[in-house]
Ligand binder design. Structure first.
Ligand SMILES: [Zn+2]
Length: 251
């Protein structure tokens, strides 16, 4: 009787193991796209590579990198090797101004790593003197050729600006100043339904306009960058990162 019980138990375990293997196989078969084993990238961007790329080529590469992010197919990188090489210097191809939002991992969004881009971050991706100074350094001094102002869907800073949150009354004058910087983008957006962050279409329009306005503000704030752009040496562009799809929509 005991032996029969043991036999039945072993049989049951075997069946469950086969079932597990079967499930694993079907789940790996359903994975798409098929990830090919890559050799991790060990090098970083060189001065020569930076010099030879046009602004449009850089934007094309960033778009391709974003496609990799969307399809969950990020490039493998040897960060130890890249970190060691980066001690010699940096030749990033672009500077991205993003919101501080933790759900916007800028380097990953463009499938980039050490030495690839400068990243400036401030809630609501607005322009101010320190941000423009950082961009002047990135472009006129360090040779980056593309400036991307990247807003994102569901931006809390924009939502609070739309809802007229009174931060000053809560002893947050600096946050109030920041929200005041976003207010012109709210004012310039065509009113379509309720002026509230609950109105997703309106909020998305403000996010879009806010990124475009920051581009204009930067051109006005930096004659140097404006003239570099006129000469075709750099491009300053707006974009919005879609939190749901991971796609960066260039404007
Ligand atoms: Zn935000």
């Amino acid at each position: 009787m005991t032996n029969i019980y043991k036999y039945v138990s072993i049989l049951a375990m075997s069946i469950s193991l086969i079932a597990c293997n079967g499930n694993q196989k079907s789940s790996s078969e359903s994975k798409s796209p098929i990830s090919v084993k890559q050799t991790p990238v060990k090098s970083i961007l060189t001065a020569e590579e930076q010099k030879n790329m046009t602004p449009d080529e850089i934007i094309g590469r960033l778009k391709k990198g974003n496609e990799n992010f969307v399809s969950n197919n990020l490039t493998q990188r040897d960060h130890s090797s890249q970190r060691r090489m980066a001690t010699i210097g940096q030749y990033p191809k672009a500077i991205v101004l993003s919101c501080v939002d933790s759900r916007v991992p800028v380097e990953d969004v463009f499938d980039l790593g050490i030495g690839d881009i400068f990243v400036a971050r401030v809630a609501g991706n607005i322009e101010n003197a320190d941000i423009v100074g950082s961009m002047e350094f990135a472009t006129a001094v360090a040779g980056s050729k593309v400036v991307i102002i990247m807003g994102h869907t569901a931006c809390g800073a924009v939502k609070h600006a739309i809802d007229n949150t009174d931060a000053a009354s809560m002893e947050m004058n600096s946050l109030q100043n920041l929200l005041n910087e976003i207010q012109p983008s709210v004012a310039m957006t065509e009113k379509n339904g309720e002026v509230s962050s609950k109105n997703v279409a309106f909020t998305n329009s403000v996010i879009h306009n806010n990124a475009l306005k920051t581009v204009e503000d930067i051109r006005l704030a930096s004659p140097k960058m404006a003239s570099l752009e006129k000469e075709g040496k750099i491009k300053i562009v707006a974009a919005v990162y879609d939190m749901e799809t991971g796609k960066v929509n260039f404007k």
